[in-house]
Design a protein around this ligand. Sequence first.
Ligand SMILES: NC(=O)c1ccc[n+]([C@@H]2O[C@H](COP(=O)([O-])OP(=O)(O)OC[C@H]3O[C@@H](n4cnc5c(N)ncnc54)[C@H](O)[C@@H]3O)[C@@H](O)[C@H]2O)c1
Length: 254
Amino acid sequence: MVKIFLNGCCGRMGKAIAGMCKGNPDFKVVAGCDVITSEELAFPVFQNPTECDVEFDAIVDFSNAKAVPMITEFAVASGKPFVCCTTALSDETVAEILEASKKIPVFKSANMSYGMNVLFELVRQATKALFPDSDIEIVEAHHNRKLDAPSGTALMIADVISEETNNQLRYVYDRHSESHAREKNELGISSIRGGNIIGEHEVMFISDEEIVKISHSARSRDVFAKGALTAAAFLVNKAPGYYSMQDIVAEAFK
Ligand SMILES: NC(=O)c1ccc[n+]([C@@H]2O[C@H](COP(=O)([O-])OP(=O)(O)OC[C@H]3O[C@@H](n4cnc5c(N)ncnc54)[C@H](O)[C@@H]3O)[C@@H](O)[C@H]2O)c1
């Protein structure tokens, strides 16, 4: 059983992880950390990770970008594997995490969904086969409370396509500011916001004769919780280093 220290345990993702661990023989949340408290939780919650006096095997973090430097420092001091899922990190924080990975195993993915990471690989293959004959467009949809657009995941997909096309494509965000015919070197990225959509991403490879579509639809936050727990189990007993969901997906594609 992997014993988890959960940073950001009172948030939406923290609660999804705690729910998934309840009665689970493979994972147990033994302690959490948050700046707020929640009476629903069945484990001790500390306001500062350094107050934790409970033994654990791995740290899982779904908190806030400002909280990540402190939890990274705590992870290094504790010598335990660190799964960092918080997004919108500054370049400085990303550099600190990279530095930490020289001392402890670190797993970082801005999208912890296994299926989405399989999509990255499928998009890579499709780009090789279908570009430049096809124009490539990405469309993403999320709930009406999301602050950023396009989604970080749409940008990750765009970066995969960019890598496969020798970085020759120009990202075009929506099309309201473009009043000219589509150019060959464009990669369109469009965003839709509404209701309670958890996360929809579609990549279209459009030629004159046909359209190939590769899409992913997140049906619940549990998909990210499951990925984070898989990552924690993957990291236990690993050597220090920087790992991501691509390492797990690569195993499946062998
Ligand atoms: N990598 C992924 O696949 C993935 C998936 C979903 C969400 N996320 C990211 O995870 C993060 C959390 O998402 P969420 O939806 O649970 O947000 P949320 O706002 O519901 O929860 C964040 C929690 O972190 C707590 N927190 C804030 N500062 C803290 C600190 N200093 N120490 C400890 N806890 C602190 C908050 O009080 C809150 O309870 C966001 O950055 C989000 O973008 C990543």
